[in-house]
Design a binder for this molecule. Structure first.
Ligand SMILES: [Zn+2]
Length: 442
């Protein structure tokens, strides 16, 4: 009888321990960035935790109180991080201890994040590399062979890491397709004379919005900033690509305002620390942008990109109008900046397209063509494009490339089709690949 009662008692104790363990952690993610490793625990509720950094050998000890870790940490991919092993054990009955063995010393930081769509409570552990790889020096390419410089284009793949962006009906993540597209655009631009592309992020990690602009303008001294995204909307029929610039008079449409609001949430979704957030006053930036002309130029560039994209994909609302709203990532007066929504990932057909390499390549080429046209029609002083245009001679020439039409060439050089026909004695609009046209002064 006593024996039975003991069993009952211990069973009760077990049960109460279980009841006290208010939560179990079912999912853990790990993202490796250029200078840090981020580990994220999904929680049902806030939890008590304690983190210690120990040396000889270097390791981080994380104690989670009153919680069961149901996720197998062996599934995490940490081979490119300073972590060599992750161990989990139970201590003092209610304490789950996670030990990160390290090959290099790190600076740890924890952050308990309040719920934000699509996540609930999260515990974020950041391990900053003590000795980060040196940032690649990227001085502005000065005088090149022709005595002119290349235009630097920063390509910013939206979202990344802890911030997945939008998710398509069959599970395609925006952060992945926009990175693939950005890399394609980068590779195409690398082959272009007169353009030097740089990637703001080149892997699956998050970069805070303000940091993205800083990387582009301070580290790379970019002339142009292009942020690549894909839309999502509750109405799955919504479709088409669109291009946005910053606004100085509120959003140009309800949708533009809504999109900017969603895009500006990225930092919260990704778990950016408060002090890293952007505190630049929007108004002063807008004044600077208007003053420096980069606002007008952002609209010129956007218009050219939209025009080209219209040839390879449907445009949202079938309109060739650059929309404007207060996108935080575009607030940089020193750069001509646009945000390209390449299509609706929430639309089944467009999700499939956005995920296909053929379509990605088409879109990337369209963006490149738009950028090229913008540089050709608005050549920056001292640039390769300015040299092509002026070059000492009265006229420029253009060698016909596949896909060129008389009207696309006219548009590209801001001349009329009839002026182009007259200058080259053309009796029709028929042109041949390889043929060289003389471009009249516009
Ligand atoms: Zn996005």
């Amino acid at each position: 009888m006593l024996f039975l009662r003991l069993i009952c008692l211990s069973w009760l104790m077990l049960w109460s321990t279980f009841a006290l363990s208010a939560q179990g952690i079912d999912s853990v993610r790990l993202h490796r960035g250029p200078d840090h490793t981020r580990i994220v625990f999904d929680l049902n509720a806030p939890l008590e935790h304690k983190l210690d950094k120990l040396a000889n050998p270097d390791r981080i000890v994380l104690d989670l109180i009153d919680v069961d870790l149901n996720f197998d940490v062996a599934r995490l991919e940490y081979s490119d991080s300073p972590i060599t092993n992750i161990r989990v054990g139970k201590h003092d009955g209610n304490r789950t201890r996670v030990v990160f063995d390290l090959k290099d010393s790190v600076r740890p930081r924890t952050n308990l994040l309040k719920p934000v769509d699509p996540f609930g409570w999260r515990l974020v552990i950041d391990l900053y590399d003590d000795d980060p790889a040196p940032v690649k020096a990227a001085p502005k390419p000065l005088q090149e062979s022709g005595g002119s410089r290349s235009m630097i284009v920063a390509i910013d793949a939206g979202h990344g890491g802890e911030d997945p962006g939008a998710r398509g009906p069959s599970g395609v993540y925006e952060k992945n397709v926009v990175l693939a597209m950005s890399k394609r655009l980068y590779n195409l631009m690398k082959k272009e004379p007169g353009i030097k592309p740089v990637l703001v992020r080149d892997g699956d990690y998050y970069v805070p919005l303000a940091e993205r602009r800083k990387i582009a303008s301070d580290r790379y001294q970019a002339d142009v900033f292009i942020s690549i995204h894909a839309d999502a909307f509750t109405d799955h029929k919504a479709h088409g690509a669109s291009v946005f610039a910053l606004s100085n008079r509120g959003a140009t449409s309800a949708r533009a305002g809504y999109l900017a609001k969603i895009a500006n949430e990225s930092d919260r979704v990704a778990g950016v620390y408060e002090e890293e957030k952007d505190n630049n006053g929007l108004l002063s930036v807008l004044a600077d942008m208007t003053m420096s002309g980069s606002m007008a130029h952002s609209l010129y560039l956007g218009r050219q990109v939209l025009e080209e994209m219209g040839d390879v994909t449907k445009l949202h609302g079938d309109r060739k109008k650059v929309e404007q709203a207060a996108f935080a990532v575009l607030k940089e007066p020193s750069m001509v900046s646009i945000l390209v929504e390449t299509g609706f990932i929430s639309n089944r057909t467009e999700e499939k397209n956005l995920n296909s390499s053929r379509h990605q390549e088409k879109l990337a080429r369209a963006i490149l063509n738009g950028v090229n046209q913008y540089f050709e029609t608005h050549p920056a002083p001292g640039s390769w494009y300015a040299a092509q245009r002026g070059g000492g001679s009265d006229v420029a020439s253009h060698r016909i490339a596949p896909g060129d039409t008389l009207s696309s060439i006219a548009r590209r050089y801001s001349v009329s089709e009839s002026a182009l026909r007259n200058q080259n004695n053309l009796s029709s609009d028929v042109i041949k690949v390889g043929q060289v046209l003389t471009i009249p002064r516009s």
